[in-house]
Design a protein around this ligand. Structure first.
Ligand SMILES: *Cc1c(COP(=O)(O)O)cnc(C)c1O
Length: 462
């Protein structure tokens, strides 16, 4: 399997190379040159498989023999063994043909564990095999950081540096990061906002000359292909558990960087009958404006009750555009680099093509709270604000009530107690493995909003 850049001006990579990098050198994102496509018969034969065994079937073609099958199988078994539900990704019914897929049973209580538990183990394996050391560098507005730290903490050949905006993440989120023990773990609170953190990370990736010679930086956000790959699995798993592939299913996906929903798009390209994919956004609704009005323009970043989706530009959308533009890298480059305050438009055929599969909705904070309250009242089930955005979009955008509609529940409500209280409900208790979170010792460094200061800190720790 070869991987190519969406901007067309980077060398072709193999799996190990895309695993050990971030953006392509030309500023694009890596995608597989061709996708594996499974027959309906093949997909049917996987029904009833445990999660990790299904993951093996789907992930194997992407790894393409670079990791031996038995090793890959045991890495996958290990990645999902600590999930708190035996189904790993259980389905729950909210109403008639209305489902949620609970993706928060991993160690840090958000769906990002699905990819990062695996990514950490894949990195560990190839780094030990090749006798290499790397530095993982990432910026987080909350969930990515803790999932990355949990996924990579045991890797002796990785030093982890996670930047979060000082005093701008919730206390649970901060403690989930800063209480992870280990000499290879470095939490950095930057005196700035999330965009400042991202800017610093991007600039460090762009010029890695500050690193010791034998080191390189590896990304853990969803520009890393391996994260997307891991997320394709639960689309197949949910569909198989609801009678697929003999019948179609639809998904509503709370969206920030477009990573999670892009995995759903790939599942469909790989043969899974998916009828509708719903892009559920909060007030940061650049993708909703494109799908509903054919207007693609930068808005103002607004803080919402679903902070993990407070993103101005969805980086993985470029991967979808690459297909929508018939893999014409120059056209993609022109479109994405033209983004500004003035709206860009897709040509009308392309826009229609996107709308055949994708629908969208932007959901405000007041509606988010009322959905949390309403679902709790009618079913007794407590959902988090990101999931609530998805549930609302699922209801509003559903085009065919005879098709099962599955909303991805992306986080446990205990992570977002604020929204739960605002919905008039009591915030839930921390799960057993986090019970003493507020007593654990915290470790983090507060640094100025400066590339130099951060890279100097990295250098001093490597
Ligand atoms: C990261 C995150 C999202 C957004 O996922 P993307 O892949 O960036 O679209 C949604 N909900 C929660 C809880 C998250 O942590």
């Amino acid at each position: 399997m070869k991987y190519i850049s969406t901007r067309g001006r980077s060398p072709v990579c193999n799996f190990e190379q895309v695993l050990l990098t971030g953006l392509a050198p030309d500023g694009g994102l890596y995608v597989p040159e061709t996708l594996p496509v499974f027959t309906q018969q093949e997909i049917s034969s996987w029904s009833g498989l445990p999660y990790d065994q299904l993951a093996f079937k789907i992930i194997k073609p992407f790894v393409d023999g670079e990791i031996p099958d038995d090793v890959l199988q045991s890495i996958l078994a290990d990645s999902y063994k600590d999930f708190s539900h035996p189904a790993v990704a259980p389905l729950r019914m909210l109403g008639v043909n209305e489902w949620v897929l609970e993706l928060y049973c991993g160690p840090t209580l958000a769906f990002k564990d699905f990819a990062l538990q695996l990514l950490g183990r894949l990195l560990d394996y190839v780094l030990i095999r090749d006798n290499k050391k790397v530095a993982v560098l990432g910026a987080t507005s909350g969930d990515t950081g803790s999932a990355a730290l949990e996924g990579c903490r045991h890797c002796k050949n990785i030093d982890l540096f996670i930047l979060h905006p000082y005093q701008r993440v919730s206390e649970v989120q901060r403690r989930q990061m800063t209480t992870v023990p280990g000499d290879n773990i470095h939490n950095i609170a930057v005196r700035g906002n999330f965009d400042d953190c991202q800017r610093i990370v991007k600039s460090a990736f762009g010029d890695q000359s500050f690193l010791p010679e034998d080191r390189q930086l590896v990304a853990v956000n969803s520009i890393n292909w391996a994260r997307i790959m891991a997320q394709i699995v639960y689309y197949f798993y949910a569909a198989l558990n609801l009678g697929g592939p003999l019948r179609s299913v639809s998904f509503s996906v709370p969206t920030g960087n477009f990573g999670d929903i892009y995995a759903g798009y790939l599942a469909r390209c790989m043969g899974l009958p998916v009828k509708q994919l719903i892009i559920a956004t909060n007030g940061n609704d650049i993708l909703h404006r494109l799908i509903s009005n054919n207007e693609y323009s930068l808005g103002e970043l607004q803080p919402t009750l679903s902070p993990s989706m407070d993103i101005m530009v969805s980086s993985n959308f470029e991967r979808y555009l690459f297909d929508l533009f018939d893999r014409n890298a120059d056209a993609v480059t022109a479109f994405v680099t033209g983004l500004g305050k003035q709206p860009l438009h897709l040509d009308i055929d392309r826009w229609h093509k996107a709308r055949e599969l994708f629908s969208s909705l932007g959901v405000d904070d007041a509606t988010t709270c009322s959905v949390i309250a309403d679902i709790h009242k009618r079913t007794g089930f407590l959902i988090d604000p990101h999931t609530a955005v998805g549930v609302e979009a699922a209801r509003v955008c559903n085009q065919d009530k005879s098709v099962p509609m599955i909303t991805l529940a992306t986080a446990h409500p205990v992570k977002f107690a604020d929204a739960v209280t605002r919905a008039g409900l009591e915030s839930p208790a921390l799960p057993a493995h986090l019970q003493d979170l507020f007593e654990r010792e915290e470790r983090y460094e507060v640094l100025d909003n400066s590339v130099d200061e951060v890279t100097r800190f990295l250098r001093s720790k490597l």
